[in-house]
Write a protein that binds this ligand. Sequence first.
Ligand code: BJW
Length: 245
Amino acid sequence: MQPVVASQIPGELRRLFGAARRVLVLTGAGVSAESGVPTFRGGGDAAVWKGLPFDVITSLTMVERDLSVVWEWFDYRRGVLESLKPNAAHDTIARWQERFDQLTLVTQNVDGLHHAAGSRDVIEIHGSIWHARCISCGSRFEIPRQGQRPETCFACGDRLRPDVVLFSEILPAGAFELAAQRASECELCFVVGTSAIVYPAAALPEIAKANGAYLCEVNPERTPLSDLCDVLLTGKAGELLPRLN
Ligand code: BJW
């Protein structure tokens, strides 16, 4: 069946939103676009990260070949993020955790803005720009908002890299498994601000749908997932999500 395309909240979605107990939200770069965070691939008039193509710089090859260039890129991005704040989409999703028996928030974003908005237990399936990880022993360290980032591992002394998931790398232990479990249990699934081309993240709404969930995409543009959805809310997340409350 073709999805309903809407820029206002359709009655069926409003009814399900009122009745649902288990809800999963998958977010991507578009949810942070209205905070001023550039996206990776554009869409919805969002700004795009500039510089080296991100899939070159965020590659395992680059980590192995020139870790200092990779750090330069992530230091720059943390610098951009320092002054940015959560927007109405982050705030709305954070409030939903009080509304539903089980609200699972899975984000592909590494920017920490869901935490900043007050969301708890966020499943960060692509890691966090605010953490570093040892290339040898895997120990993780928080990067302070102010001051120096740690250069070497406090546990074994080896070099640190950004604790983010690059192409061809596996996701943080247990993160996808938990997200997939919650996707298979949810009644309502929101897919917000993602181009839905990066797997396995993009498989989560597919799992939800296969297990009977109602699927709602929130995006100014269509994605490869759109045809699977029950409703497409066409527009900006920060404008549309608050209308559900
Ligand atoms: C708005 C808006 C507004 C604008 N409101 N919306 C199965 C099939 C095919 C391929 C694979 C597969 N399994 C694995 C792969 C390989 C690969 C993959 O998926 N490749 C595809 C590109 C083809 N996946 C992996 O390698 C993953 N690892 C893995 O699977 O390990 C096991 C394995 C290994 C080897 C072989 C097989 C299996 C790891 C993926 C890691 C992704 N990493 C990155 C970088 C993170 C670090 C960093 O930040 O630099 O994650 S890539 C980049 O893309 C980043 C993002 O999280 C991710 C997704 O991007 P996102 O969030 O969707 O952003 P955009 O920019 O693409 O889209 C923005 C959207 O917002 C647009 O739609 C706009 O319209 C919209 N928008 N304004 C709402 N206001």
